[in-house]
Design a protein around this ligand. Sequence first.
Ligand code: B12
Ligand code: SF4
Length: 525
Amino acid sequence: MKKFVFINIPSQELERPPAAAAAISACVRHVGWDCKVFDFNLYLNKNVDSDTWVALEQFWRCKSLELTPKVNTKLQEVVDNFIVQIKEYNPDMIGISVFSRFSVIPAWVMLQNIRPKTQAKIVVGGAGSYTLPSSLPGLENFDFTHKKTTFAALTKEVGIADHYIQGDGEIAIMELLQKHETIAGLDGITPVQIKDLDNLPHPNYQDIEPKKYLYTHEPGIYITATRGCVRKCTFCSVPDIWPKFTARSAADVLREIKHNNKTHGVNLFQFTDSLLNGNMKVWRELNRQLIDAKKQDPSLANIKYIGQFICRTRMEQTESDWELMAKAGANLLVTGFESYSPHVRKHMGKNYSNADIEFHLKQSAYHGIRNVALMFVGYPVETLEDHEYNLEFLHKFQKYAKAGVIHMIRWGYTGMFSDPGKIEKPGEVKLITDPDFLKKFKNLPQGIRGIALGFGWINELNPSLDLRERIRRRLELHELSVKLGWPQTRNREELQIIYNILHNLNSNSLDAEEFNKLDTLLDFH
Ligand code: B12
Ligand code: SF4
């Protein structure tokens, strides 16, 4: 029997087993190959001390410029030991999974080390593998502006991988192992979205037992019920990645939930979907079936779920939808309200009203469902009046933040747009970029330089919203959030990036000095 190794690359959170490993290993076994998952993320974490882990994460996230010799030596030792295990299994093919852009550097290290030590074919996949490889050490002078290449394509080009798969991996990997002639998504061929999610093998966790992960409260599992979205918001890449919203049947999703509850004893399910409530009919049905299953089998009573959610208009939902969700186990909804200004939301392509937001939060409060509120600061059409709405949001819903109904808020600074063309609208948005930005960021590490360049825009039709003003608004919202006791998520990292970027604007007309002490000026509690 042919053998496949799936390697999960850091840096990823360690809360739950990686979903891609479970999905792809199931497909590999489905076509008659033996498969073993090796989670290098978990292995590394277990084999280095916490200082080394932090140093590695910082470097991979482009927050530090280099690793100390001590950390480098330790990393090399762990990589060598890890590869010994792979060699013992003696695979015919190795899959390398690159979760996000923060996995690009460690994936490069793994490939360079493993390639000379194996005869196995190597295939690279994952959302991080089709980002620009601009963070890779040694490629500082590579001209990515003119030679657009993805990390995955580069690995094939330099010979450390044989293939790469872009987009959803399930069908593509099965076809690769079965030696199909043309495979959508393989080696630069345009990927095709999977239309029938019900017929894919269910993800399998036999090698990545959820209880072995470093969960906060209880072990859990990722689950995917839909791909794509029913909306097309200007700033979002989801409709480009998955042009058609596709949902599994409620019955198939429930089968997977029950199986993982019985096999691994997990009650917590985190949906990877871009939104849970994309198709209200399917959504209601899943909740109903979960409630029925809980009634029939009391051992399922503690099942709960978390996932991303959209705020819907009052017309699209009823109070009983919320009751259904609560009974089915809705625990945490990550909801992109995005702005409290109707004007900004309208431009984004979100047509719910402020009364709809209030209804959403009221129902959540009534049923004890928590929310993470995702908000944008400095969207190109945002005026001072719009910004005032966001400040009002903090005052108006403070009671929900204090009560835990809004478990966290994230004020996302508006940086780079994946497709600026989708934002531009005659009479409203005409984006121009400061041609000097590249020069101004020459002191930044490559990985952060990419992010920094996304700061260079200005909307010619709303010129007072320049970089300084966008950051001022971001800081004002941060400070008011702290003052009013709002729990915030991920803001330290984001504000530090903003700080570093300002710090490096050495030839900019902006006076970066006043932000130099940002770290000590700002209260992060
Ligand atoms: C859940 C999630 C999270 C969770 C959990 C992450 C985790 N497991 O560690 C949290 C909130 C913690 C998170 C964090 C981040 N995330 Co996130 N996240 C997601 C989300 C919503 C689902 C991911 C998932 O599990 N999907 C289900 C699995 C099955 O899909 P998958 O991993 O993509 O794998 C499929 C294919 O990629 C492919 N594949 C994957 N590996 C391999 C390997 C081989 C060999 C093959 C053939 C195929 C293959 O096949 C799989 C099945 O189709 C996605 C968006 C999305 N809807 O996909 C974003 C997404 C992956 N995240 C993203 C980002 C940027 C991040 C962060 C960097 C954000 C930040 N600034 O901090 C961090 C970094 C992660 C970290 N260090 O912890 C980006 C990645 C894009 C990029 N180019 O970097 C995505 C795509 C969102 C987006 N559109 O921007 N994330
Ligand atoms: S609703 Fe969310 S996932 Fe859908 S397009 Fe808008 S931002 Fe993207």
